[in-house]
Design a protein around this ligand. Structure first.
Ligand code: BES
Ligand code: MN
Ligand code: ZN
Length: 489
């Protein structure tokens, strides 16, 4: 499992700068006097920092990083000069950290943070970008990234601020590992095992097997895994960090470990990307991990439906009618619209069993949301404006793209079935909206609910600000922030 780099946060020792090996990064304000760390680096390099700043004049941008290679007067292999004022946003600070993390590769890094108020956020940025999924690369496996050290005037304060952030980074990494993992490794059984291992960090974990799911009458969820040799499972994770009888927040995740489309088989080109179709469950798992590691003072339930959508002689056919746990009948027009069949049963179960204060489901649900929003924003659907805005604010605070989309009866009407209570697809127009409407049928009156269609953001082909290409971990930070904003303050 990938863990964020272990960071030591130590008190500033100006005399140690000269002999520091690896990369040294130093913060420089756009104007005004240099801070003491930069003054020391400037003196050691015989004025290089001042000359650089003079040359840049007012052209330097907030967050810009300029590197000096093999600086004279220092043992370091490079000095990364970061133009960053004291007053900067969390986003600016994290981007600087991510930029430093990317530059260092696996070199040693010493960040001279001085008394910068966003030192912990810079550290968070370094941690987030310091990720690679190398489990299946035989050559690279041996090389471990070297240490990161942060020197800060008030090391204890920075340490205390960074600890919960780095816990969240570990949750993000857990999600990225799960989402990057190929489907022959991350089977439903292996996925459940990795979740079960989170008992060691204080989560209650229960694994419901097919027999129990059948007793619970989860006919919709079970219909999806019928064609696979991997058994369908539902995993319930509980974090009880809040008041004993406070209603929990429920996080629900689509965990299709591989989506071939089933009998409505997908085309071959690009099908390999469907290893990420458990992205919703991956984010729920990473969020639960983050909450447990930072010992959140809140009650949160995570429920994931783990299934594999395969064609076979046992597979569900287009035209089949299945009965959900709620009791309504669903005509399966297209076996490739399987995510909603998984979610509807676990959403219903979550509400029956836990009477949650609010519920959020996450799923790589539709290609249509990618057509609508690309890879920049997840589609956000909600039945409650206040709850929705709370989430949108949390996502904005964490710089995770999220955009609200509409719901409405006319969309729901696209799901009317000739022979059953509902059908599982509503045609091509507004495909992400009709999927959300399908889910809303399983939200009880009075439960504030958000559906996040993360098909475009869970895994991407080019690197992002905070991650190399592949799984992003999108949503773990926003959910952790939502929990702290809404339940912990
Ligand atoms: N897992 C897919 C959605 C998806 C597409 C995720 C691309 C990530 C990238 C989902 O199960 C699916 O196949 N949806 C269909 C629905 C259609 C049959 C109504 C789709 O979007 O084409
Ligand atoms: Mn599908
Ligand atoms: Zn799918």
């Amino acid at each position: 499992m990938s863990k964020p780099v272990s960071m030591s946060i130590i008190p500033t020792d100006l005399d140690a700068i000269e002999a520091a090996t690896g990369r040294v990064s130093v913060l420089v304000p756009l104007e005004g006097n240099l801070w003491q760390e930069a003054r020391r680096v400037n003196r050691l390099t015989k004025g290089a920092i001042e000359r650089m700043r003079a040359e840049k004049g007012d052209k330097a941008k907030i967050g810009e990083i300029v590197s000096l290679a093999w600086p004279a007067g220092m043992a370091a292999s490079a000095v990364d000069v970061v133009f960053l004022p004291r007053r900067c946003s969390v986003e600016e600070a994290r981007k600087v950290g991510a930029g430093l993390g990317k530059r260092r590769g696996s070199d040693e890094l010493l960040l001279l943070a001085g008394n910068h108020p966003k030192a912990a956020e810079i550290a968070m940025g370094i941690a987030l970008r310091d990720y690679g999924f190398e489990d299946h690369k035989t050559a690279e496996a041996a090389e471990d990234a070297r240490a990161v050290t942060v020197m800060a005037s008030k090391a204890d304060e920075v340490e205390a601020e960074a600890a919960p952030l780095l816990a969240v980074a570990e949750g993000v990494f857990f999600t990225r590992d799960l989402v990057n993992e190929p489907a022959n490794v991350l089977t439903t059984t292996e996925f459940a095992k990795r979740l079960d291992d989170m008992r060691s960090i204080g989560l209650d974990v229960e694994i419901l097997e097919e027999k129990q799911l059948a007793e619970l009458k989860m006919g919709a969820l079970l219909s999806v895994g019928e064609g696979s040799d991997s058994p369908s499972k539902v995993v319930v994770m509980q974090w009880k960090g809040g008041e004993k009888d406070a209603a929990p927040l429920a996080l629900i995740g689509k965990g299709v470990v591989f989506d071939t489309g089933g009998i409505s088989l997908k085309p071959a080109a690009g099908m390999e990307d469907m290893t990420m179709d458990m992205g919703g469950a991956g984010v729920v798992a990473g969020a639960m991990r983050a909450l447990a590691l930072r010992k959140a003072a809140a009650n949160v339930i995570g429920i994931v439906g783990l299934v594999e959508n395969m064609p076979s002689g046992n597979a569900t056919r287009p035209g089949d009618v299945v009965t959900s746990m709620k009791g309504d009948t669903i005509e399966v027009i297209n076996t490739d619209a399987e995510g909603r069949l998984v979610l509807c049963d676990i959403m219903h179960y979550a509400q029956e069993r836990f009477k949650p204060d609010a519920m959020i489901d996450l799923a790589t649900l539709t290609g249509a949301v990618i057509i609508a929003l690309g890879h920049e924003n997840a589609g956000v659907y909600a039945n409650d404006d206040a709850f929705c805005n709370a989430f949108l604010n949390a996502a904005a605070q964490e710089n995770e793209g999220a955009w609200r989309m509409p719901l409405g009866k006319a969309y729901a009407d696209q799901l009317k079935s000739r022979i059953a209570d509902v059908k599982n697809v509503g045609g091509r127009p507004a495909g992400s909206v009709t999927a959300a409407e399908f889910l809303q049928r399983y939200v009880a009156e009075g439960t504030p609910w958000i559906h996040l269609d993360i098909a475009g953001v869970a895994s991407v082909k080019s690197e992002t600000d905070y991650a190399p290409s592949g799984a992003t971990g999108w949503g773990v930070m926003a959910l952790s922030r939502l929990v702290s904003n809404r339940y912990e303050s």
